[in-house]
Structure formats: structure tokens, C-alpha cells
Design a protein around this ligand. Structure first.
Ligand code: PXP
Length: 262
């Protein structure tokens, strides 16, 4: 009996160690499901069901789910965030502008990660990183609250060494690189497109920051980014992934994005 329980303890320790090692070497795919909520909201009922799609994404291989609740609830609603929290089995990432309402929601829901983005309520989608130098005091205060609550923090920034340094000063655990400029420049000259992101990623690593990336990543440009920055912790992808799923189906699409991270 003692022999068996000792063995069980050893096996579970092995799993924990394996998981920690994988966490260190893997770039995780977090699927942003805002577009699913946009589709649902178009008809006012519950089709497609946001929670079911999130759970299916997990079953199909996603390593995390990202949502971006906005004040006008035009896609993800506050209620979706509460519904998702107890059911998700992978990493839950909530991104958004840290308004008092947003901070309150995140502190109540306690996701694994919160990503701070500087967008105004009316904005179509995030289109810039934070000016972390100008907003140092504000970000320090907000990050401090999340750090105390045990929620990992990430700050959305451009591939700019100074912005990354100030994100570290503010107390962020990670930065998320805003990859739209990489995605736009990729078709012209992929080496030139990725170069500033590799430099920025090195700055983040030298400061001990974790590294996420997101915006306009796709099956076309993701693998090249990964090859050049294999130490990324996570990529967060919505628009292209959900669009690809219209043709390929959600399961195959998620597998194909995962294949880009190998
Ligand atoms: N990261 C952040 C901070 C975002 O605001 C978004 C868009 O919601 C994404 C990643 C995902 O971008 P995309 O939908 O272009 O994949």
C-alpha cells in the first residue's frame, strides 16, 4: 500500500515537473473569441454559444482563451466573462482598458492573466501599444492591484525598447508585442518585418519579462515569427483564426495554428 501511494506521489510530481518544463519551452496559443460573440450578438439570441465554442477550442487544442470585454459590450459581455471562468480548463486571459469597471470585473473573476490595452471605448480594435513612460504612474498603480490579487499581468506595447523598459518599471510580468506592423510588412520583406520584433523580444528577455504577441497574426505570418522568437510565451489570435475556421472548420484551424508554433 505504502509502495503504491509512494509511486502515485512520484508520478504526480513527474507530471507537475513536466508541465512546468513544457510551460517554459512552449509558445501557447490563446484563441480570442470576441468574433464569436459578435456573431451571436448579431441576432440577439444565443447562437453560437460563446461558452461552448470556448470549450470546443480547448478540446481542439487551444492552450488558452482570450476575451476583450468593452464598455459597450458589443462583443464579449460581462456575463460571458463570469460564465466562462468556472468552466475553462486552460489559461483565461482578459484584455482591455483598465477603467474602474474593467478592474472590478478582473478582480472579481480572477483570470490567469490580464492584458492591459490602451484603447478608447469607441475604438474598432486595439491599434497601438501603451506609452508606458507617459503612463508610468497609472500603470504602476493598476498593475500593483492585479499583482496583489495574484493575477499575472501583461502590458500591450509596440516593439520599442523604451516602452518595454517602462513596462518592466511599472511592474508588469509580461509584455504583449503589438504585431500589426509585422503582419503588414511581412509580404514586402519578412526579414525586415521581423527584425524590430526580435530586438524588442531580446530587450524583454534581458529584463526578465515574459513575452506575448498578438494582432493580425495568421497562418501566413505566424510560423516565421515563431521561428525568429521561439521563446514567446503566448500568442493571442482572433480575427484570422475565426475567419480561417469558416473554410477549414474550427478543429483543423486550431491544429494548423498550433503547427505554426512548432
Ligand atoms: N491582442 C490584443 C491586445 C488585442 O486587442 C487583439 C484584438 O482583440 C488581439 C491580440 C488579437 O488580434 P487579432 O484579432 O487581429 O488576431
Amino acid at each position: 500500500m505504502v509502495f503504491f501511494s509512494q509511486n502515485a506521489a512520484n508520478i504526480s510530481l513527474l507530471f507537475v515537473l513536466l508541465r512546468k518544463t513544457m510551460d517554459r519551452i512552449m509558445t501557447r496559443l490563446s484563441v480570442n473569441i470576441n468574433k464569436i460573440a459578435t456573431l451571436r450578438n448579431a441576432r440577439g439570441a444565443d447562437v453560437p454559444n460563446v461558452v461552448k465554442v470556448a470549450l470546443d477550442c480547448e478540446n481542439f487544442g487551444a492552450d488558452g482563451i482570450t476575451v476583450h470585454p468593452r464598455p459597450d459590450e458589443r462583443h464579449i459581455r460581462r456575463s460571458d466573462v463570469y460564465d466562462l471562468r468556472p468552466l475553462l480548463r486552460t489559461e483565461f486571459n482578459i484584455e482591455g482598458y483598465p477603467s474602474p469597471d474593467f478592474i472590478d470585473l478582473v478582480l472579481k473573476v480572477k483570470p490567469h492573466q490580464v492584458t492591459l490595452v490602451p484603447d478608447s471605448p469607441a475604438q474598432l480594435t486595439s491599434n497601438a501599444g501603451w506609452d508606458t513612460k507617459k503612463n508610468l504612474e497609472f500603470l504602476t498603480e493598476v498593475l500593483d492591484g492585479f499583482n496583489h490579487a495574484g493575477i499575472r499581468t501583461s502590458v500591450f506595447v509596440s516593439a520599442d525598447a523604451e516602452m518595454i523598459e517602462y513596462a518592466a518599471k511599472a511592474g508588469a510580468d509580461r509584455v504583449e508585442l503589438y504585431t500589426e506592423p509585422y503582419a503588414t510588412a511581412y509580404s514586402q520583406n519578412k526579414e525586415a518585418a521581423v527584425a524590430p520584433f526580435v530586438e524588442a523580444a531580446k530587450v524583454a528577455r534581458s529584463l526578465g519579462l515574459g513575452l506575448n504577441a498578438g494582432h493580425d497574426l495568421s497562418l501566413v505570418n505566424l510560423n516565421y515569427l515563431y521561428q525568429n522568437i521561439p521563446w514567446m510565451d503566448e500568442v493571442s489570435i482572433g480575427h484570422s483564426l475565426i475567419s480561417d475556421a469558416l473554410y477549414l472548420g474550427l478543429e483543423r484551424t486550431i491544429q494548423e495554428y498550433k503547427n505554426c508554433l512548432r
